[in-house]
Design a protein around this ligand. Structure first.
Ligand SMILES: [Zn+2]
Length: 329
């Protein structure tokens, strides 16, 4: 009797044991499955967003704000001309896989190529120049006499800050979880732009009033010249196009202008054809300054690979070519 009871107790204990093992095994399978699902969700949540920028300047501003939180891609490479650029299939693929598109605007991107790509791929497009005080391009008129707005606004650091604020607002909306961090980075960059502006003024003060004439290939330095007290001249005008030669009368007029004012140097640009100005400098008997960065920054690992670096290198080159030996009065 006792042996029978004992064996029933053993049988019941074994049954309970296997039931528990089965339960815990099922429970741990379920936890593992949940963990795997959570990890997958986590991956989705932390996958960085991609931002596609039209120009190198806008890409740099964006990187300054987002740090490593987003992937920043740029359509234009260093030294490429936004006025004449035509997007290729790689650009269209980059646009299709992006989460946000950023452009300069005011037709810097010739034939609105960035707008066309973003609209074609149904992507949000932010125009970074929005909010900048308009500057009319002298002698440039669009269809039906429409005024053409100067799109090279980033050459005034105060305008660069407007670009930065527009980008900051767009990326905060794109990634609200990192908004505070983006605002803090933008704030630091604002201080750097203020310091840049002070340094530019101080550096350019070495150039005498009568030598403050900035002759460049195309009309990219209007905002810069207005800000820092230069007269800007360019034989090609507001867009770069393929113009490599002037009419005889325009060429003679430019050479006379240079001689009459004793302009010490003129400047070619890194992103445009350099032959035209080299020929004019030769004819006028003056030197060519080191190339200025106009519509694109310098290549990676160069001193001009950032916006601040590009502005610094340009100012150093302008001072070196125009300051002369005598101290400015
Ligand atoms: Zn330009």
């Amino acid at each position: 009797m006792i042996a029978q009871k004992f064996s029933r107790t053993i049988a019941f204990s074994l049954f309970t044991f296997f039931l528990c093992v089965a339960f815990f095994s099922l429970a741990s399978d379920s936890i593992r499955a949940q963990d795997a699902a959570d990890a997958k969700d986590g991956e989705k949540k932390t996958e960085p967003k991609t931002i596609l920028c039209s120009t190198t300047q806008i890409a740099d501003f964006t990187r300054q704000i987002v740090g490593d939180r987003c992937i920043v891609k740029c359509v234009l490479a260093a030294g490429e001309d936004p006025h004449t650029y035509v997007p290729g299939t790689d650009d269209l693929a980059d646009c299709a896989s992006s989460d946000l598109c950023l452009r300069n605007g005011w037709n810097l991107e010739g034939n609105e190529w960035m707008k066309g790509m973003a609209e074609g791929a149904h992507k949000k497009l932010v125009t970074c120049i929005d909010g900048v005080k308009e500057r009319e391009l002298e002698g440039a008129h669009g269809a039906k006499g429409m005024v053409i707005k100067d799109p090279h606004a980033w050459f005034d650091p105060a305008n660069a800050l407007i670009y930065v604020n527009n980008i900051r607002d767009a990326v905060c909306e794109l990634e609200p979880a990192h908004a505070e961090e983006f605002r803090m980075r933008a704030d630091l960059y604002r201080l750097q732009l203020l310091a840049l502006n002070r340094w530019i003024r101080e550096s350019l003060s070495r150039i005498k009033e009568n030598r403050r004439i900035l002759i460049t290939h195309h009309d990219a330095f209007g905002y810069f010249s207005e800000k820092y007290g230069f007269v800007a001249e360019s034989p090609v005008g507001w867009t770069t196009g393929e113009l490599t030669e002037l009419s005889l009368s325009d060429r003679q007029a430019l050479v006379k202008y240079i001689r009459d004012r004793s302009v010490p140097a003129i400047f070619v640009e890194t992103s445009t054809n350099q032959d035209l100005l080299k020929g004019i400098a030769k004819e006028a008997g003056i030197t060519i300054g080191e190339p200025l960065y106009s519509d694109a920054m310098g290549p990676e690992d160069s001193a001009a690979e950032t916006y601040i670096g590009m502005m610094r290198e340009n100012v150093l080159r302008i001072v070196s070519a125009l300051a002369g030996d005598e101290p400015a009065k």
